[in-house]
Design a protein around this ligand. Structure first.
Ligand code: RET
Length: 256
């Protein structure tokens, strides 16, 4: 999309939220690395994957943040496009790397038989790559028609992923002990709520938001969803791993 002129306040809102995104992902990385020793060894890979996800995201947020800063110049209280492009591709490259990792994390917490887990990861990862690759041409398009077309195509693998995960997490719920069940239920809701924000933010340009408002809504929506879907999701995975360690009688902290 061509960048519109923004008020200084609109520019700052996106600037600060991208900065927040970088700080949140960096802090989450330190947390997940440190928290690994608080769960039983079999759950440590899940926390390592969470840490990798937020590290990859922290790097991309830094790049997006710099790109946003370079794409505008402040003049007379307004933010004018500087002529340098704002690189939307960082987000999509980030998702290409992190969404399959989040799927690995989710499937790991389901504790399925190895073959079933591998086949699910493969099917869901292919769907994730399709979802992201089909969304990108629409993201960078200027015409609404092109955006709607690619967005609709991208929604097919999107619905497939949510459908499969919702069902599998639902079945896994039944097998979990008390407190873990509540956490897995929350994980399922967080997944649906955060993943649902992406297509809505993508639709901002044709949901009645025009020019500057559309750009700000889109960037804020993606950033909030990313922090919740990566750092927030990882925290729930940590809580589940911790409860399961305690339930297995393998609490490494020894408080139980
Ligand atoms: C796009 C294009 C429009 C249609 C749909 C989309 C979905 C994107 C999603 C992204 C999820 C990213 C996550 C990142 C976390 O690391 C590509 C915006 C359906 C669901 C979870």
């Amino acid at each position: 999309m061509d960048l519109p002129v923004l008020s200084a306040g609109q520019f700052d809102l996106v600037y600060n939220s991208l900065s927040f995104g970088f700080a949140a992902m960096g802090a989450a990385f330190v947390f997940f690395m440190t928290a690994r020793t608080q769960v039983a060894p079999k759950y440590r890979p899940a926390l390592l994957v969470s840490a990798i996800v937020v590290l990859v995201a922290a790097y991309h947020y830094l790049r997006i943040f710099e790109s946003w800063g370079g794409a505008y110049v402040l003049e007379g209280g307004m933010a004018q496009p500087s002529g340098d492009p704002f690189n939307d591709a960082y987000r999509y490259v980030d998702w290409l790397l992190t969404v399959p990792l989040l799927l690995v994390e989710t499937v790991a917490v389901l504790a399925l038989a190895r073959e079933k887990a591998n086949s699910m990861i493969a099917r869901l990862s292919i769907a994730a790559v399709l979802m992201i690759a089909l969304g990108y041409p629409g993201e960078i398009a200027d015409s609404t028609g092109t955006r709607v077309l690619w967005g609709t195509l991208s929604s097919i693998p999107f619905v497939y992923i949510l459908w499969v995960l919702w069902g599998e997490l639902g079945q896994a719920l039944e097998r979990q002990p008390g407190q873990v069940r509540v956490l897995v239920r929350n994980l399922r809701l967080l997944l649906l709520a955060t993943w649902g924000v992406y297509p809505i933010a993508y639709m901002a340009p044709f949901l009645g938001f025009s020019g500057p408002d559309a750009v700000v809504t889109l960037q804020l929506g993606y950033t909030i969803a990313d922090v919740l879907a990566k750092a927030g999701f990882g925290l729930l995975i940590y809580a589940i791993a911790r409860e399961k360690s305690i339930a297995d009688g393998e609490d490494p902290v020894g408080a139980h």
